[in-house]
Design a protein around this ligand. Structure first.
Ligand SMILES: [Zn+2]
Length: 260
């Protein structure tokens, strides 16, 4: 049986310090992401790995050439218009802006900060799949312990929902913060458990994690490791995962290839 590994990245302006009362200009938010993305895209190229980038239209408009070149090997999906603030029109607005830049159809959507959103409005904006659910419990953010943990067709909205991977049974989250904060062998072990159970693995990180974040006054568990140390850790992960399956974009995995 073919097993697929879906690496996904939220390609957004680095606005996270604002959440912790640490000011950062829009220009610097873009710069940090640029630096991280450069390192990340080099790694993906080195290992010939296709990935999915949930991109804010705000970031894409600042880096059109880069987004066009990314779209040659990777899937560009939407991460709304900007990372902060959301109105319903941002769904169709970000989709058409990204499509204008890349000349390719945008199929997927992921809500910034995984905020709750009505799936029928995502479908109405023309998307084919949603990836805004982490089916676990994150204190202070969300409790999705009772939502489905595997890929499914939402019959009400007629949208494909592809939740992030969590470990079997206890639903330990396998998102970016776990990757940073638990021993790497344990993280890899749980990824392998998930892929064995589900036959695919769906992970998410941010390009800005590949930039050096040491000087930002944000919590240690968020910024450590970053930059080089993060890249090295990520390379070990890739080497281990490639033994277990084939890397794919989400739309490739879902078999979405036909334009409407
Ligand atoms: Zn995000």
């Amino acid at each position: 049986m073919e097993r697929n590994i879906l690496l996904t990245f939220d390609l957004e302006e680095f606005d996270l310090p604002l959440e912790f009362g640490c000011p950062i200009s829009e220009e610097d938010q873009i710069k940090v992401t640029d630096n991280g993305l450069q390192r990340l895209s080099g790694l993906l190229l080195k290992y010939n790995i296709p990935a999915t980038f949930f991109t804010t239209a705000f970031y894409a408009n600042k880096n059109k050439k880069l987004i066009i070149s990314l779209s040659e090997n990777h899937e560009i999906a939407s991460h709304s218009k900007s990372h902060s603030g959301f109105t319903e029109t941002d769904l169709s607005g970000s989709k058409s802006e990204l499509e204008k830049i890349t000349g390719k159809e945008v199929y997927g959507f992921r809500m910034p900060r995984f905020r709750k959103i009505d799936k029928s409005i995502i479908k109405a904006a023309g998307y084919r799949y949603d990836s805004s659910i982490n089916p676990t419990f994150i204190p202070g953010r969300y409790n999705n312990l009772f939502s489905r943990r595997k890929l499914y067709h939402d019959s009400k909205s007629r949208l494909i929902e592809i939740p992030l991977s969590v470990s079997p049974v206890i639903r330990f989250p396998l998102f970016w913060l776990s990757f940073k904060n638990i021993p790497l062998p344990l993280y890899i072990y749980m990824c392998k458990m998930a892929i064995r159970k589900d036959s695919y693995l769906h992970l998410y990180f941010h390009p800005w994690e590949f930039a050096d974040l040491d000087h930002f006054k944000i919590p240690y568990y968020i910024k450590n490791p970053s930059g080089n140390a993060f890249s090295e850790r990520f390379e070990i992960l890739i080497a281990e995962l490639r033994k277990t399956g084939e890397f794919s974009t989400i739309s490739g995995f879902l078999g979405i290839t036909v334009s409407p």
